[in-house]
Design a protein around this ligand. Structure first.
Ligand code: AMP
Ligand code: GLY
Length: 431
């Protein structure tokens, strides 16, 4: 079977790495991929994965690539092509593809859509309001005493979420999004939520339109700096499992979210075949959904796929064909930890083209995998090419050992200006 993977980040490297382990796969392309993706080999025949210089956002070029190479199955990593309708486009042209269609991808592409859906279908979430003009928005912030989170409705590279603790901050946030249009058209509408307190975890569920199969827990670290301070990022590190819920509690939290979500999808005629990733706050008054994403998390994928024991090709085919009911997800007992090594300056501006050393030494460590995100090959060297550069991932029988192994690998890797958090998984250990 020939597979095309769309995307270029750490999530996509992890997807390629896991898909390449399937004995079903005889050829694989990644558009556009990265330096690490281009070094992966298929277990079946030893062939290298081929990176193709087509942007994940260029839908016509992706379709042209599919017409040229005729993949049997395409796997979509990032949110933008999903929101742009890449699944609908491929299907209309007779190509089998995994991911939610444009209508279903609205769970991530529009926070107003998700919030309205959650309220109508009884999914536990924050108290919230949706506004298309600033006056009403500010009144609502005032009704929450200024302790609120102001969110641009649309996709804003994970940046259109402003956390406020005073009314002055909240009013400034509304102005930034709606008046100054700091996030462009994504801010034509805002969703304002009460500020929730608690432990934040990531849930993932693989869906096929009828059933949703819940993953174990994981936890991301969204702030740039140790101790959860600094700017919000795409995610600086993850670990799984996150020991804040017992298995029974996880099942009941999953049911409280996924059962009404599935019923709501049926009632609203939404056929969601893909990965639902709810961001959840465990509050004193129970779990509450902060947002839905309609794709694998990054860097959650790196820790999940180093624990998943199933053949991922079989699972994603079953998800796209409505056959998930026959599959049981199997997870290793190991804990897995991913530490993101970022470029100096990230999430602000940062240089590119820094030579990365120590990758072979790090990858040679047992139970360790260095997933690439922002890297390219240049003159035989691997150089930095993005904000999040590497997701250094290790697994072991418990969280302490997995964490030590991940940091041991990080110590082997060098590039100018690198920064990474030193407290990934610490909250889990303090538990
Ligand atoms: P989102 O993109 O909506 O998940 O928001 C990004 C981050 O902002 C989340 O990962 C949370 O850490 C934080 N956040 C979002 N909504 C809330 C909320 N209602 N209360 C507290 N923190 C929030
Ligand atoms: N883990 C953050 C994200 O994927 O949005």
């Amino acid at each position: 079977m020939k597979i095309l993977v769309i995307g270029s980040g750490g999530r996509e490297h992890a997807l390629v790495w896991k898909l390449a382990q399937s004995s079903l796969v005889t050829r694989m392309w990644c558009a556009p991929g990265n330096a690490g993706v281009g070094e992966e080999r298929l277990v079946k025949n030893g062939a290298l994965v081929e990176c193709v210089a087509v942007s994940a956002e260029d839908l016509p070029a992706l379709l042209a690539l599919a017409h040229r190479e005729r993949p049997d199955f395409t796997v979509v990593g990032p949110d933008n092509p999903l929101a742009g309708g890449v699944v609908d486009l491929f299907q209309a042209n007779g190509f089998k593809i995994w991911g939610p269609n444009k209508q279903a991808a609205q769970f991530e592409a529009s926070k107003a859509f998700s919030q309205d859906f959650m309220q109508r279908h009884g999914i536990p979430t924050a108290q919230s309001g949706t506004f298309i003009e600033p006056t009403g928005a500010k009144q609502f912030c005032a009704s929450l005493g200024g302790r609120c989170v102001v969110k641009a409705d649309g996709l804003a590279l994970g940046k259109g979420v402003l956390i406020c603790t005073t009314l002055a901050q909240a009013e400034a946030a509304v102005d930034e999004i709606m008046v100054s249009k700091a996030f462009g058209s994504a801010g034509q509408c805002v969703v304002i939520q009460e500020l929730l307190e608690g432990i934040e975890i990531s849930l993932h569920a693989l869906c096929d339109g009828k059933v949703a199969k819940l993953f174990p827990t994981s936890q991301d670290h969204k702030r740039a700096l140790d101790g959860d301070i600094g700017l919000n990022t795409g995610g600086m590190g993850t670990y799984s499992p996150a020991p804040f819920l017992s298995d029974a509690e996880l099942t009941s939290v999953g049911d409280a979210i996924l059962q009404p979500w599935l019923r709501g999808c049926v009632a609203d005629g939404i056929d969601f075949r893909g990965l639902l990733y709810p961001g959840v706050m465990l509050t004193k008054s129970g779990p509450k959904v902060l947002e839905f994403n309609a794709r694998f998390g990054d860097p959650e994928t790196q820790v999940y796929l180093t624990r998943l024991q199933n053949d991922l090709v079989e699972l994603l085919l079953a998800s796209s064909e409505g056959r998930l009911v026959n599959h049981q997800l199997r997870w290793s007992e190991n804990a897995s930890v991913c530490v993101v090594m970022a470029s100096g300056g990230y999430p602000g501006s940062y240089p590119k083209g820094k030579v990365i050393s120590g990758l072979l030494e790090a990858n040679a460590l047992p139970n360790t995998k260095v997933f690439h995100a922002g890297t390219i090959s240049k003159d035989g060297q691997t150089v930095t090419n993005g904000g999040r550069v590497l997701g250094v991932t290790a697994w072991a029988k418990d969280l302490t050992n997995a964490r030590n192994a991940a940091y041991e690998a990080v110590e082997k890797i060098h590039f100018d200006g690198t920064h990474f958090r030193r407290d990934i998984a610490k909250k889990g250990l303090q538990r």
